[in-house]
Design a protein around this ligand. Structure first.
Ligand code: SF4
Length: 455
């Protein structure tokens, strides 16, 4: 429980408290400004700590708000770190885009490392990871609000994985919605086409887009043909059990350049436990089918229930042996709404941290460089998801979306369009309903609002 006199920052302070989630705290926070000094006094379970921070200029209201929030969070982080004896890998950072913050520091001060390590208490290791990601992005990073990425969301899967907290529905139980969903989606794509300027990439995500019947998937691809100017075109095929020779041939015919074949693990025991209706043999077979014609992204998850370092490393080595263009290592993130939230036997955080660190080392030894990263709430050990790619093989869409450096015109349920204004460093968003019936019922308003966002 947090009692603070900066009530408007209470959600931000709760985020910091959640970093130390295994503990129960009774927190009192008092804030005072003495001239250019911001003083935060934190009492945790009866112990009091006071932190003072001098700032240069507080005359600008936006700057004052930003710094007040920053130092309140940081003070709470330091107090909780003292009380628990724990340092977090990302220090007091709670945002999902650490690299974006690093870029903004570079723009203001020429570098971010001192700010990360000495102010925000980010570990040397994570600061070095952020630097490596920024270096890898250099040839592709294009901050330009005249560029557009186009996103399409397909909310159906062949079955529901136990760790899943997305809105994706089991396609076998959603037959009544599939045709209507594709009709509405096509209308939305059609009415979004003229909002696209300087197309950078197309990404069809899910869910499992290839879980759709071929004729419905093809209708969507035909609509996207009209937008595609020959850019990177990714389809998150996803689950190997939904990939077939036929749907791959169709993707190729519609100029898809990249697909995701996501193992998550090569342990058959874990795959079964997760409710994924496929085996490791399917992963090898579908990868071989896909590799002939596409760049391939593959995802793994560190910290899956029942897995130890050895099982995780075995999956990682098997993935590397296949030599996909991109390997993203996720840290298990169990949210409310997933079956695992109730029944999981979670690995200790330091074990997951070891898996993540070792994967960084092994991938580096095999020519994979980190090129994008993001964090999520409820993530084991407060770690991160990191995408690695072989030289010249990055997925541009991942960079654009993670760094928020171009417009995102997004279609489908749960899709969030973003209009970026670099002049004012501002982002406006328009989110579609997550629930399919609501999306179908409001499709006209959704299209209307999106057009207003970009016009
Ligand atoms: S494939 Fe992905 S979206 Fe589909 S159920 Fe599994 S975790 Fe959820």
């Amino acid at each position: 429980m947090i009692d603070t006199d900066l009530t408007k920052f209470l959600p931000d302070l709760i985020e910091v408290e959640n970093l130390f989630s295994d503990n129960q705290f009774n927190i009192k926070h008092r804030f005072k400004q003495n001239g250019n000094k911001l003083v935060n006094t934190i009492t945790v379970n009866g112990q009091t700590y006071a932190y003072g921070n001098f700032v240069n200029d507080l005359s600008d209201e936006i700057v004052r708000t930003r710094l007040t929030k920053r130092y309140a969070k940081l003070s709470l982080y330091k107090a909780l770190s003292k009380v628990t004896g724990k340092d977090m890998p990302w220090g007091a950072l709670t945002g999902i885009r650490p690299t974006k913050l690093a870029y903004s520091e570079i723009e203001k001060n020429g570098s971010f490392e001192d700010f990360f390590v000495n102010v925000m208490k980010v570990s040397e290791q994570k600061t070095a990871l952020t630097r490596a990601v920024i270096d890898s992005q250099k040839p592709y990073y294009e901050k330009n609000d005249n560029n557009t990425d186009f996103f399409v969301f397909i909310p159906f899967c062949p079955s529901r994985c136990k760790y899943c907290s997305f809105i994706s529905a089991d396609i076998k139980r959603s037959n009544q919605h599939v045709d209507a969903y594709v009709d509405a989606l096509i209308e939305e794509i059609r009415q979004s086409a003229d909002l696209v300027k300087n197309l950078r990439s197309i990404y069809v995500g899910g869910g499992t887009p290839v879980a759709l019947p071929n004729e419905q998937l093809e209708r969507i691809l035909l609509e996207l043909d009209k937008i595609n100017t020959g850019v990177e075109f990714t389809v998150e095929a996803g689950r190997p059990d939904a990939i077939t020779k036929e749907n791959l041939a169709m993707l190729k015919a519609h100029k898809v350049t990249r697909i995701c074949v996501n193992p998550q693990t090569f342990s058959d025991q874990t795959l079964q436990l997760l409710g994924r209706n496929h085996t490791s043999k399917d992963i090898f077979e579908k990868y071989e089918l896909a590799k002939k014609d596409f760049s391939v992204n593959m995802d793994l998850i560190a910290g899956l229930p029942g897995e130890d370092q050895k099982v995780f490393e075995d999956s990682l080595k098997k993935t590397i042996a296949l030599s996909p263009d991109d390997i993203t290592v996720h840290t298990l993130c169990i949210k409310k709404g997933s079956y695992l939230a109730e029944e999981t036997n979670r690995l200790p955080e330091d074990k997951v941290a070891n898996m993540v660190e070792k994967s960084h080392q092994i991938l580096g030894e095999n020519g994979y460089k980190p090129y994008y990263l993001y964090r999520q709430k409820y993530m084991a050990g407060n770690l991160e998801n990191t995408g690695y790619a072989l030289n010249g093989k990055v997925c541009v869409y991942n960079i654009d979306v993670m760094e928020e450096i171009s417009q995102n015109v997004a279609c489908g349920a749960n899709a969030i369009s973003k209009r970026i204004y670099f002049g004012g460093e501002r982002i406006e968003r328009e989110a579609s309903p997550k629930d399919i019936p609501t999306y179908l019922g409001k499709i006209e308003q959704i299209i209307d609002k999106k057009r207003k966002l970009f016009e």
